[in-house]
Design a protein. Structure first.
Lengths: 144, 194
């Protein structure tokens, strides 16, 4: 009796389906953005803040949701409620800072100039009548 | 005559003391605004197929102590998910964060007089206000607690939010993965003062 041959089309189809499912599974379960390997736009803290002040809509298009490499002067450091390190970079604004949440603890001194790579989430809320300026948020930051 | 002068002088000094103390009380009250720019808000969606949670540590919130006015502002893009695909769908398909980058709640703590911001303690509060999310504003009423420890206030609240109320459409294919009502947990430490 002759053995029935499996058609190459079927083999190709099976391979294709398995590959598609594996790719789908990979993308479905993919973790957060890998900041260290992401391509980043380079910008100074002051320039970034100025862009949002001048044209928030355009700046949001250019920077929000993007990985940025921001260089600036450290005005203050702190911890957030989850114990993550926060680094605040000076801007041209009186009060508004680049509010950076670090991935890991970082030893940074006030007055130092640093370059941080992180995901920009956009500009927060200002309450001018109370003298509160808006911050620009960067999260999952790494020290360069 | 001399006696009368002394008497009126006494009155004047009493009035003066009263005036000065009023000024002090007023300036102390008007200076009392507490705020944070790194508060915490989380959401949780429970469904038979999948539990989805996200956290945001970039919440701006302000309490105007004398009036009880309360404000929260949340950047939608600041919510972090365990999976990047969830984050992408959340931003691009459901909340359309490019079009509506922020969610804002403006309201009042109805029983603010029950909270003594200078004394350690824990008070249940009622909050009423309007939440603007995905371009839609709806009234929200919630209960919460304000805890004072060493002069620092922490506000905590829990409420449910119906996605359909804010015109957040979930496509049929993932309907079973996302709850119709999601749990919102607020926890903000107001470590800064004005």
């Amino acid at each position: 009796m002759r053995k029935k041959k499996i058609s190459p089309i079927i083999i190709a189809l099976v391979i294709f389906i398995v590959a598609a499912a594996a790719t789908g599974f990979y993308y479905f379960n993919k973790g957060p953005v890998n900041i260290s390997s992401a391509v980043a736009q380079k910008i100074s803290a002051e320039q970034l803040y100025r862009s949002f002040q001048q044209d928030t809509i355009q700046a949001s298009k250019n920077y929000s949701g993007k990985v940025l490499e921001v260089t600036g002067l450290v005005t203050r450091t702190s911890k957030n409620q989850q114990g993550q390190t926060l680094i605040f970079l000076k801007t041209t604004d009186n009060g508004g800072v680049i509010n950076c949440t670090m991935q890991k603890d970082a030893e940074v001194l006030q007055g130092n100039t640093v370059t941080l790579k992180g995901l920009c989430n956009g500009i927060g809320e200002a309450v001018p009548e109370l003298g509160i300026a808006a911050d620009i948020y960067l999260s999952q930051c790494l020290l360069k | 005559m001399v006696f009368q002068i002394i008497k009126s002088y006494k009155h004047c000094s009493l009035l003066f003391i009263l005036f000065v103390s009023c000024c002090f009380a007023f300036s102390a009250a008007s200076a009392q605004r507490v705020y944070t720019k790194n508060g915490h808000i989380a959401f949780f969606s429970k469904s038979p197929l999948e539990n989805i949670s996200a956290e945001n540590n970039e919440v701006t919130s302000i309490i105007n102590v004398p009036t009880g006015e309360l404000q929260f502002s949340v950047l939608i893009k600041s919510f972090r998910f365990k999976k990047s695909l969830m984050e992408e769908h959340f931003n691009e398909n459901y909340l359309e964060s490019d079009k509506y980058p922020k969610a804002v709640f403006k309201g009042t703590i109805l029983n603010i007089t029950a909270v003594n911001f200078t004394k350690d303690g824990n008070v249940n509060v009622q909050v009423s206000g309007n939440l603007t999310l995905h371009g839609i504003t709806k009234p929200v009423i919630s209960s919460g607690t304000i805890t004072i420890r060493n002069g620092i206030a922490t506000a905590a609240a829990f409420f449910k939010l119906r996605l359909a109320d804010y015109n957040i459409k979930i496509p049929g294919i993932v309907k079973d993965n996302i709850a119709e009502q999601v749990d919102i947990t607020v926890n903000c430490i107001y470590d800064r003062k004005l």
